[in-house]
Design a protein around this ligand. Sequence first.
Ligand code: F6P
Length: 561
Amino acid sequence: MSDPQSDSTSGSTKLTRRPEWAALADHRADALQRPDLGELFADDPGRAERYVVRVGDLRIDYSKHLVTDETLALLRELASVTGVSELRDAMFRGERINVTEDRAVLHTALRAPRDAVIEVDGENVVPKVHAVLDRMTGFADRVRSGEWTGYTGKRIRNVVNIGIGGSDLGPAMAYDALRAFTDRSLTFRFVSNVDGADLHEAVRDLDPAETLFIVASKTFTTIETITNATSARSWLLAGLDGSAKGDEKAVAQHFVALSTNAEKVAGFGIDTANMFEFWDWVGGRYSYDSAIGLSLMIAVGPDPFREMLDGFRIVDEHFQNAEAPANAPLIMGLLGVWYGNFFDAQSHAVLPYSHYLSKFTAYLQQLDMESNGKSVDRDGRPVEWETGPVVWGTPGTNGQHAYYQLIHQGTKLIPADLIGFARPVAELSDELKAQHDLLMANLFAQGQALAFGKSAEEVRAEGVPEDQVPHRVFQGNRPTTTVLANELTPSVLGQLIALYEHKVFVQGAIWNIDSFDQWGVELGKVLAKRVEPALTEGADVPGLDPSTAALVAAYRELKEV
Ligand code: F6P
């Protein structure tokens, strides 16, 4: 007789029918029906020290979560029966765990040491990774030293990365994060939007003769990137002086490509000698530590770039080797499952207390939402459980004066990560460095307020009129993780990114979804291509729905005015 809990085709058990899932649901309904962080701390004096996990330079405090030892044990059980560690090992071994694209998932090979052996189809990929890193190093050194010049012999002073999604967000985020480590004599710009205003604003104050374009595209077919790169080439050729003006040969000195697709790169007119390669086993959103990081390497220099890779590797090794109760990405992934699946939390806020991490959450949005925004499982069956959350947030203190109101007193439960550093970056003046304690006081205060709130009694004790009391009560019990590190160095940035990469992995494994494809972005691309001729040439678009057809007509009418 067949097991009713098993799927007949794959033999895998549906997540929500597992006894471990039911045990968590029961635990939530019984022991943690009305979780109270004040009580949890009172009942467990060691909680503040025990619910801390360390990896590399990161100290991750998860004591302010609505969990007990029992919750954590039940969550680990779920991870165990859903095969998280088996899938993790398969990923690190180079197996084709991206099932819908039939690809290995090996961003971890990008930071493997030179002597490591990681095989894809019987070929060790590590030498290829290091060969590209070495070429990037040589090129970055030549640009930084002034040896690589523009076509007219002028030194390169501006670097413009043109890419989108994973070919933009990573380098743009990391450039901001490591700004203090960058060569300040060079100007860096990141262009992603097909809105011509993006390129216009990026280059309007630059001298074409001093500008290097890095065209970053895994596929080299992405319409936004190719369109912007084509316009950048026109801007360059039109803007060079004297006999160089319009000279196609200038392109070789001013354009390099980062891609997996040599044929398309050559087709665009970029010499493949100026192409830095990566491979189909590097997902776009997992790619900024590949050749996609070239702009960052030019900005910070090859050594800090490699320190960043070392930081990634620290967390990779931890994820592979740390026991489950002390495994940071596992714990963070499980906490997300706990809230998403058992508290109906729909979103997750990432709130860095660092101006340098202004783009960190935007980067994580792609990492998390493109990976785990799925509604069918790895076998294509509809999932019957919630998958990835909406990830959002901006630097903490700014958010405090904008949307924290809702996190504190709204009707939604929003688990949040608070990320901060013990020391500001070295180059601040003493006066500005002194502001750091105020910044961090805000981080700690927010974690405290979210967790423990303020009761009606406390409000009354302050002499607040009775009719005002309900408005001033903070319920508390809003969970946060606090991630602390000494300083935002290249290594620490690598550690943070790897932490989130593996957290996302853990959740995808539990939800049994393919975290490494992104079919959900395809339809919009196809439809845009179909609609565009109607906007530019007034062509008829067969089969357009009435609503979109009316919008297109209105657009054309307005355009003519
Ligand atoms: O938006 C879809 C996507 O394929 C992302 O996954 C990717 O990072 C981005 O487009 C850019 O793709 P490419 O690097 O091939 O230009």
